[in-house]
Design a protein around this ligand. Structure first.
Ligand SMILES: [Zn+2]
Length: 378
């Protein structure tokens, strides 16, 4: 059976193609002529779509180019980057961060404040009040129309539709449902597992990235599996919870109730014990006190974790999170050395990489799915 494409679908497809083309040429003003050539579309078709997109406010006239005929200039077009925005909120035990991003995923504004997490109505009322204040400070017309949605990132596993926390031992919020926010905010909202948000950001800034294991070394250790540019969560939503693999059977107690998980040796809380990271790494690099030895042990465990995971997934490993910016090239070499000692394969040092997006990655990654969905259906 042949599938018929209706004239309406062709029209919609042309509009989407033209919008995506202008979007992809960010920073380069795009002319009508260039679009006609790129898609072999007639000039009237392109002109009609451009004026419709302009009328809807999705694109704007950004400049003039010398046209084919001397003395004539043609209009060039760019995306209205702030046509829609999305928000990401990161909920941590002692603080909250809010960020607004435009259609290119650029942060428009960020706010951070200290507040103790508490799983009760007073806390959620307080946070939604802060979110509303933040939205007012953006000074946008018609926010209910303009804001695509709000992603609430937290340290917990979440259901596929983002409506429920299915495992939230760090914040003690297992079973929490998104209605604590949706009943107070007039926007679509969803929960996001923190490392998934970080992985989404990494994919956004790395168009060439296909598959990887993402290790998020922030307050707590977390991970994400990226396969063909999708984050895999698995049958019970706990794929890539590397933090609970046993590193030392009689080790310290993990928040999950087991002993010696990698969380207890390879997370920021395990390494720093409340110290300031800048100060700790200054001592590491200057060889002061016990800091170099503690960092050596940390790298040893991390190398072992990567060695094991690399036997399961022969792919790239991306080190992200708060600790990632402190890694030096020598530290990465140490990791390769540990992996080589533990695995039979001799490989080039070409698979352990540092995140390209070290800051705001979780918060921006929580907002980006709303932007992506919008861009797919212009
Ligand atoms: Zn654990």
């Amino acid at each position: 059976m042949t599938r018929r494409i209706t004239p309406e679908q062709i029209k919609l497809n042309n509009r989407q193609l033209i919008y995506e083309y202008i979007y992809s040429q960010k920073g380069c003003n795009v002319s009508q002529n260039e679009i006609s050539k790129a898609f072999h579309m007639s000039r009237p078709t392109v002109a009609g779509n451009l004026s419709a997109l302009e009328k809807d406010g999705l694109i704007f006239r950004s400049g003039l180019l010398e046209a084919d005929q001397p003395g004539r200039k043609s209009v060039t077009w760019s995306i209205a980057e702030d046509y829609r925005i999305a928000l990401g909120v990161e909920i941590l035990k002692h603080s909250v961060k809010i960020i607004a991003v435009n259609l290119y995923g650029h942060a428009l504004k960020c706010a951070k404040f200290k507040t103790e997490y508490s799983n009760n109505e007073k806390y959620y009322g307080h946070i939604t009040g802060k979110v509303k204040e933040f939205i007012s400070s953006l000074e946008i017309n018609d926010p209910s129309q303009k804001i695509l949605g709000i992603g609430f990132a937290l340290q917990g596993l979440v259901s596929e539709d983002g409506s429920k926390v299915i495992y939230g031992e760090i914040l003690k919020c297992t079973g929490l449902t998104i209605d604590v926010f949706t009943k107070r905010l007039d926007y679509p909202c969803r929960f996001v597992h923190e490392p998934d948000g970080a992985a989404v950001s990494e994919l956004w800034v790395s168009p060439e990235l296909d598959s990887a294991v993402y290790l998020s070394m922030s307050e707590h250790l977390g991970g994400a599996l990226i396969h063909h540019r999708k984050v895999l969560n698995g049958m019970h939503r706990h794929s890539a919870t590397f933090e609970h693999i046993t590193a030392c059977p009689d080790g310290n107690l993990c928040y999950c109730g087991k002993r010696g998980c990698y969380e207890t040796v390879c997370s920021k809380v395990a390494l720093l014990k409340g110290e300031d990271p800048d100060e700790f790494f200054r001592r590491v690099r200057n060889g002061e006190g016990d800091a170099p030895e503690r960092w050596r042990v940390f790298l040893c465990y991390l190398g072992r974790l990567i060695a094991h995971l690399h036997l399961v997934a022969d792919t790239k490993f991306i080190l992200g999170g708060h600790l990632a910016p402190y890694f030096t090239a020598d530290d990465i070499d140490v990791l390769y050395k540990h992996v080589r000692e533990m695995t039979p394969f001799v490989e080039n040092n070409d698979y352990i990489l540092l995140s390209k997006m070290p800051s705001h990655n979780i918060t921006i990654g929580a907002a980006l799915p709303y932007v992506m969905k919008f861009l797919e259906g212009v």
